[in-house]
Design a binder for this molecule. Structure first.
Ligand code: ATP
Ligand code: MG
Length: 406
């Protein structure tokens, strides 16, 4: 399978709700008139306005936005629960708008599994029957469907509960059964609309982690809807931010955080735990090291400009760190040398680590040497930069907790 092979594409999709969706409301929306104004002038509701995106096989693509922004409408065009007013929706090379009746049903069953916020488990069937239900409908033989259901239950960590009643499970476990049900038929695509939104925050985080772990194993394409930017940035390979039926920005979590396209996105981003998604390589600076065989005068000059200097060996590997204090300490010696003055226990990180991961290293108060896969020095990070970034976040979290709990 070639990398970046596209599996879902929306092309200039419009969805207008009302008795005459292709009338004046559509013309207005098409000329860029805002949803509220379209409603005022035509009495029609704009669900989607000129929405285009492309999702690659194996990607977790998250659509994020406030209530009413068009997220569910967008996901429903993919399985044709909604007909579009204008534009095209492609799924695995098929124009889904052309599918009807049995072929549409078969296409949905084969290609997609769905998980929603309030999906119903059958209360009178046990866990495995719930998970195998879709396969039963498809007339898959009992043995085969139970084996598939057990595989899916193992993926979500509920194999042991296969023969329990669904009423015996907690909310989080029930949501996992829903996920297992979607996975049981081994579809290429998972459509998840606010699948974790009803869970309390701790369970919700666990589910996010589990989804990512499962994804590492099964490599599905996941279209995930949420109104929570934290969740979007946490699990998304790319995030699509919607507002009032239009797309405001599509980008990787890092792009959304560091280059928010509009003030609207920036406002969201302010509330996010940046340390988790910002990578070391994004805040690192030029390392400006000195060579391990440098003359001591050169070392003295280097620490005059910068309080701590990293040291590299002839191969470019980071072999030490010297501080202004170190230089002063050995300067009184007869022939001070770099080798005798420098420390070798340098805090290190790789470029792809998140700021959260290097928090402990930053706590040492020394610059962090950023190394490539071969141990060569490619950058440095100031501990104060890390702490400032995370401290800002902590202040936000504190304020939030005060508001919620006091
Ligand atoms: N069947 C419908 N008939 C009329 N209007 C609809 C219909 N479905 C959605 N809408 C409208 O389309 C817009 C987008 O709705 P949608 O359900 O896609 O929002 P959402 O982003 O999923 O919101 P939420 O977070 O509340 O689920 C809203 O203004 C909504 O009122
Ligand atoms: Mg919705």
């Amino acid at each position: 399978m070639p990398a970046n092979e596209e599996i879902i594409r929306l092309e200039e999709v419009y969805k207008i709700f009302g008795p005459q969706p292709r009338g004046r409301a559509f013309d207005l929306a098409r000329s860029g008139v805002h949803k509220n104004e379209v409603q005022k002038q035509s009495g029609h509701v704009v669900g989607l306005s000129d929405v285009s995106f492309s999702i690659a096989k194996g990607e977790i693509f998250v659509v994020m936005g406030l209530s009413g922004s068009g997220k569910s409408t967008a996901i429903r065009t993919v399985n044709k629960l909604h007909e579009v007013t204008h534009g095209q929706v492609w799924v695995d090379g098929v124009d889904v708008q052309t599918l009807e009746g049995k072929s549409l049903q078969a296409f949905r069953r084969e290609k997609m599994g769905m998980v929603f916020q309030h999906f119903a488990l059958f209360p009178h069937r046990n866990v495995i029957e719930n998970v195998a239900y879709g396969l039963k409908v498809q007339k898959v033989a009992r043995e085969e469907r139970e084996a598939a259901a057990l595989r899916a239950l193992r993926l979500v960590g509920l194999e042991a509960y296969a023969y329990n009643a669904t009423s015996e499970l907690s909310g989080g476990m029930q949501q996992r059964v829903g996920l297992a049900r979607a996975l049981a038929s081994d579809p290429d695509i998972l459509l998840m609309d606010e699948a974790f939104s009803a869970l309390d925050p701790l369970i919700r985080r666990q589910m996010q982690d589990e989804l990512m772990a499962i994804q590492d194993e099964v490599h599905k394409t996941i279209l995930f809807i949420t109104h929570d930017l934290n969740e979007a940035l946490r699990i998304g390979d790319r995030v699509c931010i919607m507002k009032d039926g239009v797309i405001v920005q599509i980008g990787t979590p890092e792009e959304i955080l560091t280059e928010p396209a509009t003030g609207y996105v920036a406002e969201f981003v302010q509330d996010v735990d940046q340390g988790r998604v910002i990578k070391v390589e994004e805040i690192m600076t030029e390392p400006d090291p000195i060579q391990s065989n440098a003359e001591f005068d050169e070392v003295r000059n280097a620490v005059a400009g910068r309080a701590e200097v990293l040291v590299i060996d002839p191969a470019g590997a980071c072999c030490g760190l010297i501080t202004r204090g170190d230089v002063e300490r050995v300067s009184t010696q007869g022939t001070p040398s770099l080798a005798s003055a420098m420390r070798t226990d340098v805090p290190v990180a790789t470029g792809t680590q998140s700021l959260n991961e290097i928090y402990a290293e930053a706590g040492k108060g020394l610059p962090i040497a950023v190394l490539d896969g071969d141990g060569r020095l490619i950058g440095r990070v100031e501990p104060t930069d890390v702490l400032e970034e995370l401290g800002r976040v902590e202040a936000l979290t504190d304020a939030f907790e005060r508001e919620v709990y006091m």
